[in-house]
Design a protein around this ligand. Sequence first.
Ligand SMILES: [Zn+2]
Ligand SMILES: [Zn+2]
Length: 171
Amino acid sequence: MQIRFDEISPQGSRYEIKGGEVLADQQDFVVRAPLDAQCALSRKGDAKVALTGRLQVALSLVCDRCLGQYDVDLESDFQVLFEVESAESWRVKDLDARIADLDSEMLDEPVIDLDDVVRQQVYLALPMKNLCSEACKGVCSQCGTNLNVAACDCVEERKALPFAALARLKK
Ligand SMILES: [Zn+2]
Ligand SMILES: [Zn+2]
């Protein structure tokens, strides 16, 4: 969804992005329940638009440790300030960003690609580490067994080794 600055009403405009198309073809997750994103856009002068939004989506991720799939429900609030690039905007950018305390994004043209924004926000809302749980035991580096599901003999052997060596010494 492309929103031109001049389409946004002086009172502000609301847009809704629903469904799965925005997140289709993403390699990093599987969408379990379609995205629901609400965005409110309001004009801040000729060259600026402030966006406040909220999104909800249910995803399946792959755990980095055990490679198992696990589910996350994401909910995120976000704010972005869009500004059309100009010589002057560069000069005042730092000051403005600090005052507004918003993530600001420079645009070449006064057009916001809302799908893109929402997709970015989904990625920002993803956990830093893909772990099915903090306590995930991962897979055995020797035999590949998922240690959350089953124990394997490699672990047993490693633990048993010092005792076995001791026992041999005593003989
Ligand atoms: Zn895991
Ligand atoms: Zn093993």
